[in-house]
Design a protein around this ligand. Structure first.
Ligand SMILES: Cc1cc2nc3c(=O)[nH]c(=O)nc-3n(C[C@H](O)[C@H](O)[C@H](O)COP(=O)(O)OP(=O)(O)OC[C@H]3O[C@@H](n4cnc5c(N)ncnc54)[C@H](O)[C@@H]3O)c2cc1C
Length: 380
């Protein structure tokens, strides 16, 4: 009934992702972190290797795989660089609403140029006044003949300035609150769209974060995905899936921090011996490992539920919150284990600690995950 072994295909995918992550991403991760340069080349290579858009249907260029495979790959990429992983994951986040709700014709038109041809996409929900409270969004889409006219501002949008396609959530009927929100596929070069890089970030500096302003941006009515009013439901269903991947990225970052710490404590000598000899540090290492192993199980479980079409929202909230909390705790301990060296940019663990923080914030803060979990617990 329970089988914890990966299939041969899953093992091969894991090895492919690990080789790519360690040989191609890891060597340039410090440079990307320093410069904030967007990793176009790496994403191109990842696309050619089949490591992007894994859960999107293969008929449109995706991997045609499950969330378990996406999490296996996500952990490997994040163990090399969380910023590159965020840039890569943003595509899947943007394409998932189309995968869930678009017609076949729309999938061919909007998903294929991204997934098949290696384009970039961005998922646009958050606004200056609407973060956790998605329903507070003010971006309007008003029907005008056979077009919709979009006005409003989205911000904190990953891939926002570099994407070819934007999946945009906008209000079509303000009276209906969450039932008045709709989803549009919007080519990024649509007149009336201005995209601006936002300021410097604490971590994930290889990913692009942009503000997008829509000023009388007109899209064909045929770009409405699903029906008017479907937007909120599709956005929530998307998050329920993609946030498992944030937990997986957390495990990747935490694993890298533990590996760096194990190497360091065996080499660093104090009081005439390696600091690894001190039991106080050994217990910290053991706790780090306990957290990583249990987080991975929570993530695989949520992914398995999703792939088997079983109720997964509660498990995915746990996977996201726990995986990212573990990343924050383990990376903080990794810095502590390194002493003063851990605080210096020459040692990788300070980057891991900065990168871990965002995982607790985006795709629903960990407070919001706890709201979801508590709501499920308290439901009659
Ligand atoms: C680098 C980066 C990339 C991002 N990428 C994207 C993207 O690609 N697309 C996109 O649409 N968005 C993106 N986001 C936005 C991200 O999802 C939001 O920042 C996040 O959902 C939180 O919203 P907020 O920042 O407005 O914080 P707020 O919602 O203002 O939260 C402030 C604080 O209040 C807490 N809080 C809020 N409501 C509750 C509640 N009901 N109960 C308890 N606590 C609560 C929060 O947990 C937080 O601690 C990104 C953000 C960042 C920083």
């Amino acid at each position: 009934m329970i089988d914890f072994s990966l299939t041969d295909e899953q093992k091969a995918l894991q090895e492919l992702a690990r080789d790519f992550a360690q040989n191609e991403i890891a060597p340039v991760a410090p440079e990307l972190d320093r410069t904030g340069a967007y990793p176009y080349d790496l994403l191109n290579q990842a696309h050619k290797l089949g490591l992007l858009n894994l859960t999107i249907e293969d008929a449109y260029g995706g991997g045609g795989l499950g969330w378990l495979e996406a999490c296996i790959v996500g952990e490997e990429l994040a163990a090399a660089c969380a910023g590159v992983t965020t840039a890569a994951n943003a595509n899947e986040l943007a394409l998932t609403p189309l995968h869930l709700a678009a017609s076949e014709e729309q999938k061919e038109k909007f998903i294929a140029p991204i997934a098949r041809d290696g384009g970039l996409a961005a998922f646009c929900v958050t606004e200056p006044g609407a973060g956790s409270d998605v329903v507070a969004m003010r971006t309007r889409a008003v029907k005008s003949g056979d077009e919709y006219v979009l006005n409003g501002t989205k911000h904190f949008i990953t891939n926002g300035a570099v994407a070819h396609l934007l999946t945009v959530f906008a209000v079509t009927d303000p009276e209906k609150k969450h039932r008045g929100m709709s989803l549009f596929a919007v080519p990024a070069d649509t007149p009336g769209i201005t995209r601006t890089h936002m300021g410097e970030k604490m971590g994930h500096r290889a990913s692009d974060t942009a503000e997008i302003v829509f000023q009388d941006a007109r899209v064909p009515a045929a770009n409405l995905i699903g029906k008017e009013g479907d937007g909120f439901k599709v956005a929530m269903e998307t998050f329920d899936r993609t946030r498992i991947g944030i937990g997986a990225a957390g495990v990747g970052v935490a694993r890298a921090a533990l590996e760096a710490s194990l190497k360091f404590v065996k080499e660093r000598q104090q009081f005439g011996q390696p600091v690894a000899n001190f039991q106080g540090l050994q217990f910290m290492l053991a706790d780090m490992s306990i957290k990583i192993e249990t987080a991975r199980l929570a993530i695989y479980y949520a992914a398995w539920l999703t792939d088997h079409k079983l109720p997964y929202a509660y498990a995915s909230a746990i996977a996201k919150a726990y995986g990212s909390d573990v990343a924050m705790e383990v990376t903080t301990d990794a810095v502590q284990l390194h002493g003063g060296y851990g605080y210096m940019a020459d040692y990788k663990v300070e980057k891991y600690m900065r990168d871990a923080k965002l995982l607790q914030i985006y795709e629903g803060t960990n407070q919001i995950q706890r709201v979801i979990i508590a709501r499920a617990l308290l439901k009659d």
